[in-house]
Design a protein around this ligand. Structure first.
Ligand code: S3P
Length: 440
């Protein structure tokens, strides 16, 4: 049981200056996975030294891969090739990390040895059939609990064959899981998504020299190829930048520049939604590093207005809704989100957790089955009240309510914040440096 880490935020302030948030979590996970399975030595820079990505790193160490670092974001992976992993001595424990568990499930289904994948209480409550069902269609044998949750028992030495899979939910984790299993399958594995989701796996596979066919909503790999080591430069995580984009947008006098942020088109829903609300965001210095677009983002305070959020933006902003709900509370008028049922099965039920916390702070926030309706109070100097809110051990809920302090009438105390370290080590230090009055 982790200690109850509490954030206390004093009201007011603004965000100014320049900052670089930590490395992208999704890309950091994938760099360890593909680097380990490649032939040769992969050098990673900008790696996220947060608990989730470190859980993936440890899992590969447990399977015999030599990995040096991380040190200041530098990691050196001595790849063992697609068939070079060794059986781990015990269960692979991946903590709070859904990405580790779901992507590893695909990759481990193709190994010659059995594995047992476990996680913390939150991860052990999250749905895994979305990966184990299609993997079973490929020939994998994976045990779950009766509820379809972790721990996962993955049987080794099962011949896999390619499938054509239409995903019922727009999930990059499911897509990536199946493409990774596809590396070990006989024939071609194709995954079709109902809406665009982050495509880091496809881009990085190509960067490691593995052909990926992409036609519209479908991505395919053919088993039996090889990965060749390469250099990976991880951009700053737009999902971590999102808290600062919202914080600066809602607090008068803010003018903040976030450096080297990943702006992959499958991740920029937060930019599109904030702009639709009237935010003042400027991208500059746009360039591509290692197959991923990056930019500097300048954000200045603006009067936000409530909107009806375009459902097409939902998968492109899936991790940014806790922060966006705080923006909605500080906007003028009503914001309506629909088509976002997935938020209920993230690290917490993010619809309920945010609605509860916003209500504690005096906001009319009404959860619906697949979204939320928020009555913004942007006309008022302090749209948010003060009080004690529960993050439910969810890193993004904790950071979203931290930014709420910028427009609160009194202190906000946030419980259960230890998991901020899963994605954003030293969030408190960076937020303080930019002007948020926060202590932990
Ligand atoms: C991720 C995909 C998303 C996202 C998660 C990271 C990934 O999950 O919420 O934080 O790295 O592929 P889903 O695929 O379940 O939507």
């Amino acid at each position: 049981m982790t200690d109850n880490v509490i954030f206390t935020v004093q009201p007011g302030g603004r965000l100014t200056g320049e900052a670089r948030v930590p490395g992208d979590k999704s890309i950091s996970h994938r760099s360890i996975m593909l680097g380990s399975l490649a032939e040769g030595v992969t050098e990673v820079s900008g790696f996220l030294e947060g608990e989730d990505a470190l859980a993936t790193l440890q899992a590969f160490r447990d399977m015999g891969v030599r990995i040096d670092g991380p040190e200041n974001g530098q990691v050196t992976i001595h790849g063992v090739g697609l068939h070079g992993l060794q059986p781990p001595k015990g269960p692979l424990y991946v903590g709070n990390s859904g990405t580790s568990m779901r992507l590893l499930a695909g990759l481990l289904a193709g190994q010659a040895f059995d594995t047992h994948l476990t996680g913390d209480a939150s991860l052990s409550g999250r749905p895994m059939r979305r990966v184990t069902d299609p993997l079973a269609q490929m020939g994998a044998i994976i045990g779950t609990t009766e509820n379809g949750t972790a721990p996962l028992d993955i049987c080794g030495d099962q011949p896999l064959h390619g499938i054509d899979y239409e995903m019922p939910v727009a999930s990059a984790q499911v897509k990536s899981c199946l493409l990774l299993a596809g590396l070990y399958a006989k024939g071609r594995t194709c995954v079709t998504e109902p809406a665009p989701t982050r495509d880091h796996t496809e881009r990085m596979l190509a960067g490691f020299g593995y052909p990926v066919e992409r036609h519209g909503a479908t991505a395919c790999v053919t088993g039996g190829g090889r990965l060749t080591a390469t250099a990976v430069e991880v951009p700053a995580d737009i999902s971590s930048a999102a808290f600062f984009l919202v914080g600066a947008s809602i607090s008068e006098g803010s003018d903040l520049t976030l450096r080297h942020v990943g702006v992959n088109p499958t991740r920029i829903g937060v930019i599109n939604i904030l702009r639709a609300m009237g935010a003042d965001l400027t991208l500059s210095n746009e360039r591509e590093v290692g197959g991923e677009p990056v930019a500097d983002i300048r954000v200045r305070a603006a009067r936000l207005k409530g909107i009806r959020i375009d459902e097409a933006q939902v998968p492109l902003a899936i991790d940014e809704f806790p922060a966006l709900f705080v923006a909605a509370a500080c906007a003028e008028g009503e914001t309506v989100l629909t088509g976002a049922r997935e938020l209920r099965v993230k690290e917490s039920d993010r619809i309920q957790a945010m609605a509860d916390g916003l209500q504690t702070l005096g906001i009319d926030a009404r959860p619906t089955e697949d979204g939320i309706v928020i009555q913004g109070r942007g006309g008022e100097a302090a749209p948010l009240g003060s009080g004690r809110v529960d993050s439910h051990g969810d890193h993004r809920i904790a950071m979203a309510f931290a930014m709420a302090g910028l427009r609160a009438s009194g202190p906000i105390v946030i419980d259960d914040c230890a998991n901020v370290n899963t994605s954003f080590p030293d969030f408190v230090g960076l937020a303080r440096q930019c002007g948020l009055d926060i202590e932990s």
